[in-house]
Design a protein around this ligand. Sequence first.
Ligand code: MLT
Length: 237
Amino acid sequence: FSHYKEVASEDLKDSYAIVIDLLRATSTMIWAISNGAKRIIPVEKVEEALLFKKLDESVLLGGERGGLKIDGFDLDNSPLSYKSEVVSGRTIVMTTTNGTRALKKAAGAKRIFPGSFINARKTAEYIIKEALCHDIHTISIVCAGTEEKFTLEDILCAGYFVHLLKKHFPDAFLDDLSIASYELYKKFENDPHEILKYSYHYNNLKKLGFVSDLEFCLKKDFVDMVCEYKNLVVEKV
Ligand code: MLT
């Protein structure tokens, strides 16, 4: 398994990639799809999203800048805003500071899966099955980070994926970041808040009043569904 913060397309060639922006973009996308959203179209710029709405009034616009809802948008980036009565059957165009960009950065991979604690087990099981079927030998984990910097919450979630994948492939090669993420996850698996309380983005969201999002995004495996980013769209596999 490899594990990148800064990725180039060639690094991911021939691999399946798991992209993690635990707080909160990938958790929010997965929850929206799990609540019945038809698809999510991640875009990098606010103007792109607004253009989508101009062309098709039925799309919902979601995302954040500075952690908060963008002017003219329907939804912020809190997973708890993406209730089934709001998102069911809808196409959501999303732009966030780091998460949507990380998905695009992973473009060189053979297949791309948004990942989060909330559906990690199901995603890992699916990837293992598909990798074995299609003779894929590398699984990459791409962490979105925050403002181009390493963030602890993504690394903890990456460590959980390493833990799940390692169980099936005990002899697989792990690069140093994968080993570090695994060890960190193991140390804090029962209480991730214990380490995250020192971290930047976790505290930032707390200050903005999103304490329930922190609890939500750190809960494991209550979503039994896998999402894939394919042809510029996130959908259920
Ligand atoms: C991002 O993509 O930058 C994050 O999801 C920001 C946030 O937590 O709202």
